[in-house]
Ligand binder design. Structure first.
Ligand code: CTP
Length: 405
């Protein structure tokens, strides 16, 4: 299967001798039926002419930030939005520094900042320059911003030195790109994810709920789907669009979520419960709007069924690999492990919801993953990035615990 087929890749070329290798790179991307657009910095054009890239990509090459013609058509914002993936190759030391700092005084810098998809760089420079502390600092900053750094390779350099700093060969670059960004290795894996809050009605106009945004669960569903898994997302009410390739089942209450999940779970290979399910509901929903009363309002709350625990108790032959989430404000690992054991889970992802700026509603999070005989910490990152790491850990533990497809 050609995983690059139809994908929109923006190749940004900066001024290094390895720019010539990108002619071959663009050709190979086109051979794999990717849609390719090329951006060149001014110094890149000193190494290879834009016409060459226009010929191999079949598209006009983008070179100017303030180009009246381009701004009418595909300006920097449109170009950034068009791309699913942005690959800077070769990435010189100068441009790594500029990208790490967020300069926007040229087309590359502006598109880089405006691009919300996966960013990748393929560094190329002299081996001593690559080893320089400033370059390594910039590489660390870019990695911290979730930029994927491919290479550099080691070997003989154009300047006569030998060492790390060569841009990866186009075939290697493409192989790594395909493995890391375009892999479709989860075909046939059935996944059920719950996300968002639930609403427990009190009367026709009121409900009890919580502040869950659903972002973590949507990111988990997306991370499985982008690798080709078959994903059902059972979602409470949220303001998020459905990730590509995911089947979404909208529910309102914990009871509805329970019903939909139990229909799907015994056919699933993996179940991930990220939903903030309301723990209680009123014993009887009032048929008419409850009128205010100076003496206040007494609600009789009864517990909701624990969806996660019910899935974990399915019989061995139809039980998926079960992953729960825990929101804790203290002793995160201690309470997480207790929940793991009590609910008989295979893995639990614990958030520290007391950490400022993370968790509920935020685009960022940090997680502790716990399983029977191990644990690992996923450092603060975007929920999308964490979700991809979580998928890798789930697959690894599922294989370790003896499930082989
Ligand atoms: N969960 C569920 N069904 C419920 C309640 C919770 O599936 N009725 C799932 C959540 O999706 C999450 C995990 O269980 O994966 C959270 O467990 P829970 O015991 O509710 O954790 P907390 O809300 O952190 O509860 P507490 O700390 O009060 O025990």
């Amino acid at each position: 299967m050609m995983t690059l087929q139809g994908r929109r890749v923006l190749v940004a070329i900066t001024g290094g001798i390895a720019a010539y290798k990108c002619v071959e790179l663009v050709r190979r991307l086109k051979d794999r039926q990717a849609q390719v657009r090329v951006l060149m910095t001014e110094s890149a054009q000193a190494f290879v002419g834009p016409l060459t890239f226009q010929a191999v990509s079949g598209e006009p090459v983008h070179t100017e930030l303030l180009d009246p013609a381009a701004e009418q058509g595909m300006g920097h914002i449109e170009l950034a939005r068009w791309a699913e993936f942005m690959l800077v190759a070769p990435a010189t030391a100068n441009h790594m520094a500029r990208l790490a700092q967020g300069f926007a005084d040229d087309l590359l810098g502006a598109v880089w900042l405006a691009h919300a998809g996966q960013k990748i760089i393929a560094p190329a420079m002299n081996q001593q320059m690559w080893r320089a502390p400033a370059v390594q600092r910039n590489a660390a900053v870019l990695q911290g911003d979730e930029v994927l750094i491919l290479g550099p390779a080691s070997g003989a350099q154009a300047c006569g030195d030998v060492g790390p700093g060569r841009m990866l060969e186009p075939a290697d670059l493409l192989a790594q790109l395909e493995a890391l960004c375009f892999r479709k290795d989860l075909h046939g894996l059935k996944v059920v994810v719950t996300a968002g809050p639930t609403r427990e009605r009190l009367d026709p106009v009121r409900y009890i709920s919580n502040f869950s945004s659903g972002k973590m669960g949507y990111a988990v569903a997306e991370a499985f789907a982008e690798r080709g898994a078959d994903v059902d997302l059972v979602s409470g009410p949220v303001q998020l669009s459905t990730p590509v390739g995911v089947r979404r089942i909208d529910v309102e209450s914990a009871g509805e979520m329970h019903k939909e999940v139990m229909l799907l779970a015994s056919f699933a290979d993996v179940f991930v419960a990220t939903a903030a399910v309301a723990d209680f509901r009123v014993d009887a929903v009032a048929a008419q709007k409850i009128k205010k009363d100076a003496s206040g309002l007494q609600l009789n709350l009864v517990p909701n069924t624990d969806i996660l625990a019910d899935v974990a108790s399915l019989s061995e032959e139809c039980r998926p690999f079960v992953v729960g989430f825990a929101a804790e404000t203290q002793q995160v690992q201690h309470f997480g492990r207790d929940k793991l054991e009590r609910k008989r889970l295979d893995m639990i992802a614990c958030n520290d919801v007391s950490a400022p700026g993370l968790g509920f509603g935020s685009d960022r999070n940090a997680l502790w993953l716990l399983w029977k005989d191990g644990s690992c910490q996923l450092a603060e990152a975007s929920k999308k990035h964490l979700a991809r790491q979580l998928v890798d850990h789930i697959l690894e533990q599922r294989t370790r615990q003896g499930v082989h497809d």
